[in-house]
Design a protein around this ligand. Structure first.
Ligand SMILES: [Zn+2]
Ligand SMILES: [Zn+2]
Length: 154
């Protein structure tokens, strides 16, 4: 249940699809049609999450040289329209697009074991000063909180 100020905010500013301007679904600025057409990463390498044309455990590169991490998970592919939302968030300071991406990611069930720690790739200080935020930290924070039920290690 949203706080009263959030309910008032949604009454004045209802969820609106950032891609087609139709009414958004509850809790996200995307409509049902646009959500259904998002590029999902159905077949991917269990080790690096690279999209694969056919289901397989590992991609060719991970079979040749096993990476130093155990698993990677990417529920979506970096294609239209998610690449557009990412650019708006990353380079245009469009925080609504960032919230949308964070919510999408948060709603996806994780196929791998829950991590103990999520570490965003750090930004260079100059880039952080220029942008004002680390886009990975912003999008992952909600996910981490939902995984652990508390903040702390992030
Ligand atoms: Zn839409
Ligand atoms: Zn791989």
């Amino acid at each position: 249940m949203d706080a009263p100020w959030q309910q008032l905010q949604r009454l004045l500013l209802p969820w609106r699809c950032l891609l087609c301007d139709a009414a958004g679904r509850d809790g996200i600025d995307l409509c049902a049609g646009c959500i259904d057409e998002l590029p999902r990463n159905h077949s991917s390498c269990a080790r690096c999450a690279l999209p694969l044309p056919l289901p397989a455990a590992l991609c060719g590169e991970c079979q040749r040289r096993i990476p130093p991490w155990d698993a990677a998970w990417a529920p979506f592919r970096y294609l239209w329209p998610l690449d557009r939302l990412e650019s708006r968030f990353k380079f245009g300071a469009d925080l609504a697009a960032g919230r949308c991406l964070s919510t999408l990611w948060q709603r996806e069930p994780m196929p791998v074991e829950r991590p103990e720690l999520i570490v965003p790739v750090p930004l260079h200080r100059a880039r952080l000063r220029q942008r004002g935020y680390n886009q990975v930290s912003v999008t992952m924070k909600k996910r981490y909180v939902s995984l652990q039920g508390k903040q702390g290690l992030f």
